[in-house]
Design a protein around this ligand. Structure first.
Ligand SMILES: NC(=O)c1ccc[n+]([C@@H]2O[C@H](COP(=O)([O-])OP(=O)(O)OC[C@H]3O[C@@H](n4cnc5c(N)ncnc54)[C@H](OP(=O)(O)O)[C@@H]3O)[C@@H](O)[C@H]2O)c1
Length: 323
């Protein structure tokens, strides 16, 4: 039987999530909530969602809703994740769950107390391109891993966008740099030491962020993230004998992996699939006990520890060892 989902907010990202959820098996979106009744009803009508709730608490009181997709601004993720868990809902919270490891622990402790599942919404982790990349690295396709280079940037011309608000915990690292951190950690393990630089914009958020990370096994990594320069998203994974290049590592709309080795280049095609679909299917299947949850506590904690260290490094200009 399908898991009944509710969506918390009428955020722009919901459109992509809903497109994935509609194709998904075991996923049925039955309700949406917004701060105002009018906006909830408009969104429900437009997307043919059965029930519209005025206020997020009302969604959490809906007895039919088993799982909640939280697409609020970053600063509200922890509060509403905890409240949703307390209301007995399973939670898929958009990335980043939090920039503070202590808050991530608190959320997962709540989930454990309530016997509910919680997962952080890194949809690219559910895509076959990412699984294939990990297989290639682990199977020795490029020899021993030495370096990871990542980037994710875009131009943000809207001064009122939530990403430019310090109070709402915007910032380039929080918005897009977190993918570079996630991809690096997936391949090279937890960072042991980080350095970083940032430039500020909006009302004091990082609009450009560049960092180096020394990871497990002496793997070096560097990445840049920006909301104030041209759109780029790339991942290069360099081994002793070759490298792997992904031109679309995070959105996964045009998945293909280029293997460069011995002066030759091979294109490894990957199945096209909606990553939001896979992410929603994973939580639904885990709720029904049919599959393990892909992203749980350890991954979210590692993310928050790295982000905390990266901001500390950028703010102090010192190298930082993540907690
Ligand atoms: N995984 C991905 O591919 C992906 C892509 C984009 C964004 N995201 C994540 O999704 C989240 C939402 O991003 P978005 O760009 O979709 O956001 P957005 O369009 O700005 O929407 C945020 C929603 O949050 C609600 N909200 C509650 N309090 C608010 C406040 N004080 N200010 C503004 N909005 C408030 C509003 O909905 P109501 O008025 O209806 O309550 C608003 O529509 C972020 O955490 C972001 O990192 C993920």
């Amino acid at each position: 039987m399908s898991v009944q989902w509710g969506i918390m907010s009428t955020a722009r990202i919901n459109r992509k999530f809903l497109a994935g959820a509609r194709e998904a098996s075991g996923v049925e979106v039955v309700a949406v909530a917004s701060r105002t009744r009018e906006s909830a009803e408009r969104f429900a009508r437009e997307h043919r969602i059965e029930r519209a709730h005025a206020g997020y608490d009302s969604l959490l009181s809906d007895p039919a809703v088993e799982a909640v997709y939280i697409s609020l601004p970053n600063s509200l993720h922890v509060e509403w994740t905890v409240r949703a868990l307390q209301a007995g809902k399973h939670v898929l919270c958009e990335k980043p769950l939090s920039r503070r490891a202590e808050e991530v622990s608190r959320c997962f402790e709540q989930a454990e107390r309530e016997g509910r599942l919680l997962t952080e919404g890194f949809m690219y982790r559910h895509h076959p391109q990412t699984h294939r990349l990990v297989e290639l690295v682990r199977s020795g396709a490029i020899g021993a891993l030495r370096l990871v280079r990542a980037s994710f940037s875009f131009e943000l011309p809207e001064p009122r966008n939530v990403r430019l608000s310090r109070a709402l915990e915007g910032g380039a690292l929080m918005d897009v740099g977190c993918y570079c951190v996630s991809g690096t950690r997936l391949l090279a393990g937890e960072p042991r030491r980080v350095t970083a630089q940032q430039t500020l914009g909006g009302d004091g958020v990082d609009i450009a962020f560049a960092a180096t990370m020394l990871c497990q096994g002496e793997v070096l990594a560097h990445f840049d993230a920006g909301m104030s320069f041209a759109a780029r998203d790339e991942l290069e994974v360099v081994g002793e004998h070759g490298s792997l290049f992904l031109d679309d590592p995070w959105h996964c709309v045009e998945p293909v992996i280029e293997l460069r080795r011995d002066g030759r280049s091979e294109r490894i095609e990957v199945e096209r699939v909606n990553p939001y679909r896979r992410e929603a299917e994973n939580l639904s299947a885990a709720i029904r006990g049919e599959a393990p949850l892909l992203l749980g506590r350890e991954d979210a904690l590692g993310q928050a520890r790295a982000i905390e260290a990266l901001y500390a490094a950028a703010e102090t200009g010192q190298a930082v060892t993540p907690a």
